[in-house]
Design a protein around this ligand. Structure first.
Ligand SMILES: Nc1ncnc2c1ncn2[C@@H]1O[C@H](COP(=O)(O)OP(=O)(O)O)[C@@H](O)[C@H]1O
Ligand SMILES: [Mg+2]
Length: 254
């Protein structure tokens, strides 16, 4: 039997300078299957970003995080993070340079190959014509597309997305959701996607979880709605309602 893509065992995270809440995450256990699109919801401050940062290897923690059955404590090219902020690109590098730089850093020595990979990834996010642009010449949506292209080019098996569409206008957000849905079906990656938007989770997730403060998982459900789905699809409202109830119960519990 093959190992799960990601296994989190008894993850406990404390920040030195957060004494009033000693354990941000306490004994969190989670297994994520290959090619799952896991949406993570929960109130502000419940530890969603902290969870992704621990998986990315940006934080020290107690417990164990295994990728393909191998313990990971440091960053590695098997995991990559896409952030909410539009400022995640190097402003002094072109769009192409933003994608080729991590490829070079992770050992792709052939410049022609780096260029080919970058252009392939940019075509997937419909930005092939913008390779020579600088980030300041792009809209917010285009910058997020570049960040996604960077993750695709790097071939990371796990893509960690921390509210990547939260700062976009509604139309662009819907456009990027559709594109991500198509990409996730074609790319065979495992995606962990943090969002505050229940509708976004129902549209994108193949599995949705809700965290409570302290990182306790209070809702964990496969999302079997045929994709693409819209709020008027049969069953959509029911899934949305169950998640809302979980989040609401969570708020009342505080
Ligand atoms: N670097 C840090 N140092 C101290 N406390 C932190 C740090 N990062 C986050 N926290 C605290 O950890 C808790 C969880 O934060 P975070 O993971 O960002 O939550 P979420 O992403 O769910 O909104 C919050 O109480 C926050 O103040
Ligand atoms: Mg956060």
């Amino acid at each position: 039997m093959s190992e799960p893509m990601l296994t989190i065992k008894n993850l406990t995270k404390t920040y030195q300078d957060s004494p009033e809440q000693p354990k941000i995450l306490a004994d969190l256990n989670l297994t994520v299957d290959r090619e799952e699109f896991l949406c993570i919801l929960g109130p502000s401050g419940c530890g969603k970003t902290t969870l992704l940062r621990c998986i990315a290897g940006f934080e020290n923690f107690e417990g164990e995080i295994l990728v393909n059955g191998v313990s990971r404590k440091e960053p590695g090219s098997d995991r990559i993070m896409v952030f909410q902020t539009f400022e995640q690109l190097f402003p002094w590098k072109t769009v192409e340079g933003n994608i080729t730089w991590p490829l070079k850093k992770t050992g792709m020595t052939d410049k022609t190959e780096r260029h080919r990979c970058a252009m392939e990834a940019l075509a997937k996010v419909k930005l092939a014509d913008y390779a020579h642009y600088y980030p300041h010449q792009l809209s917010g949506g285009m910058k997020q597309r570049v960040a996604i292209a960077r993750a695709l080019a790097l071939k990371s098996e796990i893509i960690l997305m921390d509210e990547p569409f939260a700062a976009l206008d509604a139309l662009t957000r819907r456009e990027l959701q559709n594109e991500l849905l198509t990409l996730s079906a074609a790319e065979h990656r495992t995606i962990l996607f943090v969002t505050h938007n229940i509708q976004e989770a129902v549209i994108l997730g193949t599995r949705n979880i809700v965290l409570q403060k302290g990182g306790k998982i209070i809702f964990d459900e496969k999302n079997t709605l045929p994709k693409p789905s819209t709020p008027s699809s049969p069953g959509f409202a029911e899934v949305w309602q169950r998640m809302r109830d979980a989040i609401y119960a969570n708020e009342n519990a505080e």
